[in-house]
Unconditional design. Structure first.
Length: 202
């Protein structure tokens, strides 16, 4: 009788211990996973360099061959793939939109872009022939990247289809992604910071 009672107590204690352990483990798991429920967004900012020397009227010269430019592009794709950021801000992408369309396809991102420097151009016809440089935002698929707007900050008028620009120009491109059901606004710009190109500074 006494032996049965002791065995019964042991069984009850074993069950209670198992229940308490389960409850403790569940609470610990919930506490430890709470920080991970807050999505972290990683960013990358890149000046991909147009490679142009900005000299020439009908076509601008280049500092590199097509083969070297392609090698540099493939290195960029590999680095983005390794780093795997959520959002990428791009400057000096040339020629738009082709360059960014290709980069987005090769890396698996959504994109928005806008021409920032383009000479004289009317729906793809104009000069310099090889200048349609601008800024872009890339975002991982699922972040619902949208273009919000674009503001020109300096220079002559430059639009995606029409431009009348004879010098440097600065713009800001604004996009939006959705993170944990909340809107996050992103801006990319390419500021020009150098001394004036005049004799006393040479």
């Amino acid at each position: 009788m006494i032996t049965s009672y002791i065995n019964f107590r042991r069984s009850v204690l074993t069950i209670l211990s198992a229940v308490l352990f389960f409850l403790f483990y569940s609470n610990s798991a919930q506490c430890s996973s709470a920080p991970n429920s807050l999505k972290k967004i990683t960013f990358m900012s890149l000046n991909v360099w147009s490679g142009l020397n900005y000299q020439g009227t009908f076509k601008m010269g280049s500092y590199e061959t097509e083969a070297k430019r392609e090698k540099r592009y493939q290195s960029l794709v590999r680095e983005i793939t390794i780093r795997s950021p959520d959002v990428i801000a791009i400057n000096e992408a040339n020629e738009l939109p082709g360059y960014i369309q290709r980069l987005a396809k090769d890396t698996g991102y959504d994109f928005i872009c806008h021409v920032g420097v383009s000479g004289v151009n009317f729906f793809g016809a104009g000069f310099p022939l090889n200048l349609r440089e601008g800024d872009a935002l890339l975002a991982r698929k699922g972040l619902q990247l949208e273009k919000v707007g674009r503001k020109q900050l300096s220079g002559w008028p430059v639009y995606n289809q029409v431009s009348f620009n004879f010098g440097d120009a600065v713009q800001v491109l604004l996009g939006k992604i959705t993170v944990d059901d909340k809107d996050m606004y992103l801006a990319v710009t390419h500021l020009h910071a150098s001394v004036p190109d005049i004799h006393q500074y040479r």
